[in-house]
Design a protein around this ligand. Structure first.
Ligand SMILES: C[S@@+](CC[C@H](N)C(=O)[O-])C[C@H]1O[C@@H](n2cnc3c(N)ncnc32)[C@H](O)[C@@H]1O
Length: 282
């Protein structure tokens, strides 16, 4: 699958090195795996290099970008070249589906989620960010254009819930201070990491900021780190164990109907037993 990217970010131009910076965080992975429930077969859409794929289930991965597919390590299954909006699987083919940090890039979120719902009988687990909470992160003070772009990109929680059906849960996910998945909030306590261009390249959000605005933001951050101004304002974050920011797990319910209880053979209803308490003295 070559040509135009399936999402709003061109990983063929900017995707190299992604898998070095963006690795499953074990604490977030535990929350994802718990949400998959008892599913044996799992579809991972927008699978990238395979972050958060469970090791103990049968996984099928879908990823439209050749550069991202090429970064899948040998212990992961190869990914099928396809996009969320048109999944090459039968109805109800999987027990569960997962979509990790990808729905904001899809060209048609409603169509993609309808496809996920069509091919999945059990839970659908989406790791994403809540646009309404993006401004809790201090980076908003340095790169307001980046936060504004992210607000436009991330689908509202209500939209995801409506697409996945009644009973969808939105669970806040705290970001650990040493998070190994290098999305922007992962560095809430390690501001120096943003000075590394390789870190920023693995965060698609920077692709929506002009080079000038990016340069300005990083120059200001560098100066504030050197002068101590960043620490004066946000220094307590350096010893905070986790950050309650915008990371969310959206868990859509199973649509599989439970098997009806085995029908009773015809004949008289069995006598009901009731325990009667004797009154004292009788
Ligand atoms: C930020 S990366 C996340 C990759 C991986 N899930 C992870 O957690 O590291 C977003 C991924 O979504 C993929 N993507 C973009 N548009 C897509 C679409 N329409 N259908 C499926 N995947 C898409 C991109 O190619 C990219 O690999």
């Amino acid at each position: 699958m070559a040509g135009a990217p399936a999402g709003d970010f061109n990983y063929e131009l900017h995707g190299e090195g992604y898998a070095i910076q963006r690795r499953s965080d074990p604490r977030i992975a535990a929350a994802v795996h718990a949400a998959l429930g008892s599913a044996r077969t799992v579809l991972n859409v927008g699978a990238g290099a395979g972050s958060y794929e469970p090791d103990d289930r049968y996984v099928v991965a879908v990823e439209p970008s050749p550069t991202m597919r090429a970064q899948r390590p040998p212990e992961r299954v190869p990914a099928i070249a396809a996009a969320a909006e048109s999944l090459p699987f039968d109805d109800g083919a999987f027990d569960a589906a997962m979509a990790m940090v990808t729905v904001h890039q899809w060209s048609d979120v409603d169509q993609g989620l309808a496809e996920l719902r069509r091919v999945t009988g059990g839970p659908i687990v989406i790791l994403t960010f809540d646009a309404d909470a993006l401004d809790r992160f201090w980076l908003a003070d340095y790169a307001p254009e980046l936060i504004a772009a992210e607000c436009r990109r991330y689908p509202a929680m209500a939209k995801l819930a409506a697409a996945l059906g009644a009973g969808t849960e939105v669970r806040p996910v705290p970001v650990p201070f040493d998070c190994t998945d290098g999305f922007t909030e992962a560095y809430f306590a390690r501001p120096e990491r943003f000075l590394d261009a390789a870190v920023r390249r693995s965060q698609s959000a920077w692709g929506f900021v002009t080079p000038g605005a990016q340069q300005q933001a990083i120059a200001r951050l560098r100066a504030d780190l050197a002068s101590g101004a960043w620490d004066d304002r946000y220094g307590e974050l350096r010893s905070q164990r986790e950050f309650h920011g915008s990371l969310r797990l959206v868990v859509g319910p199973s649509t599989r109907t439970e098997k009806p209880p085995t029908a009773r053979k015809s004949g008289p209803a069995p006598a009901r037993t009731m325990r009667v308490r004797r009154r004292p003295g009788r």
